[in-house]
Design a protein around this ligand. Sequence first.
Ligand code: KIV
Ligand code: ZN
Length: 540
Amino acid sequence: MSGDNKIWIFDTTLRDGEQALRASLSQKQKIQLAHAIARLEVDVMEVGFPVSSPGDFDSVQRIAREVKGPIICGLARAVSADIEACGEALKDAERRRIHTFIATSPLHLQYKLRKTLQQATEQAVAAIKLASRYTDDIEFSCEDAGRTPIDDLCRIIEQAIKAGATTINIPDTVGYTIPNEFAAIICALRNKVPNIDKARLSVHCHNDLGLAVANSISAIQAGARQIECTVNGIGERAGNCSLEEVAMIINTRKDVLAPLYTDIKTTEIYRSSHLVSQICNMPIQPNKAIVGENAFAHSSGIHQDGVLKAQNTYEIMAPEQVGIRQNELNLTSRSGRHVIQHRLAELGYTDADYDLEAVYKSFVALADQKGRVFDYDLEALVFFENMQEQNDYYSLDFLSSSTHTGHIASATVGLRCGDQLFTEAATGNGPVEAAFSAIARISKLQIKMVDFNLQAKGSGEDALGQVDIIAEHEGRRFHGAGLATDIVRSSVLAYVHVLNMIQRAQTIDAHKHAQKHTREHASEHTPDKNTVKIAAGEQQ
Ligand code: KIV
Ligand code: ZN
């Protein structure tokens, strides 16, 4: 199977990427990201770890039902509860894959699992057989394969394929290997595992030594045919292999890598990268390859002169290839709805991506304040409109704040909670602190600010200010974002966003709790005789 030339792109932004975030995503945010990742035309998207929490189960299930195009995949340890949850969550997907894994390195076997390789192999085989009741598309990963002796890898992989695995994934879980070493693992597997042609070989590289992309490229040159990666390379610790980098390497260096190719729609890269960065609250470093702010900016005079004479003197890719549009249009409050719609279509948004009325309303308000509205303003408005959930419990009714140098600041906030309006005033060292204290008095929730970040959207003194905060409530972290021309207002909007996230999480928890109670009550009367168990002592 490794003979064909297509490199499958397996995106794990919503699983390995999400796992590393400082605050978890709401279901709506996950769905938004899933649609953006599907627009990139990835082949497979891993969208969660269904057994890990009821929330994760629900979002995998919703994505499986809603998102069309790629194969939808869920992660499961090689234990029956995980496989069953995964199979159940994925059952409505057009095409589904169960990805199951077990650690194989001596270190992990001895200290983490306290098992022999033989026991791990038996557990993996049983898990794969159980997964085959739900789908015939089964991926098996040898966790910490990069530090597993090659003969051990060959042994477990041969059995996994025999049991029904159709993709064999080789993770460099701790980002330890270097490119020629990793390529040698792939070559050895192709030469030594007798049934290797019955499965697609995949790689999953972490970036602890900054080699995730290099290792993945070496692996495909050695015969791997699937790369696991994430948008912007987000993921555990130093992250995963970056999707946009591998896609553009394969695209740009056809002279070396052809006939290998991917089906990634590269013009969607820029937009999805920015959406992931915004929603996940993971800023993109300016010099990040492909999607960083400076990736296509030429600052030296010699370079600028060269590019003007012939673009390829200093540019190996055109910005348009990754979806960066050069011609910025300024809109004013006289621009009508159809102009906004037309411009958003040029920027790659379909009508289904936003609510025209809502965006237009915020556009007019912004245009009245700023005079001119640029593409980045418009995109920020769409982003923030999409972030609003229906029926938010909390909303900002009014805000006034005052500050005088050398004096304490004060703020008065009117906050709607359901259909009631509450007003509070407070003082603080600055207007943001004063406004936050006033809100805290109204909400009465114990909230600890973990992080506060302010950035300008666009340039100039009239740029919109975006505030991102991470706040902790009862041991859980929530990310809230606010956007306005006035940064005290952005801060307050971010705080109100957090309150709504907490309120929504509490409602979901209460609902789950009630469901669990009903299920437990019912099962006391009807014991389930059909529960399948892989083996006693299977827990990882
Ligand atoms: O890094 C890793 O080993 C993983 C596996 C679950 C594939 O993420
Ligand atoms: Zn990983």
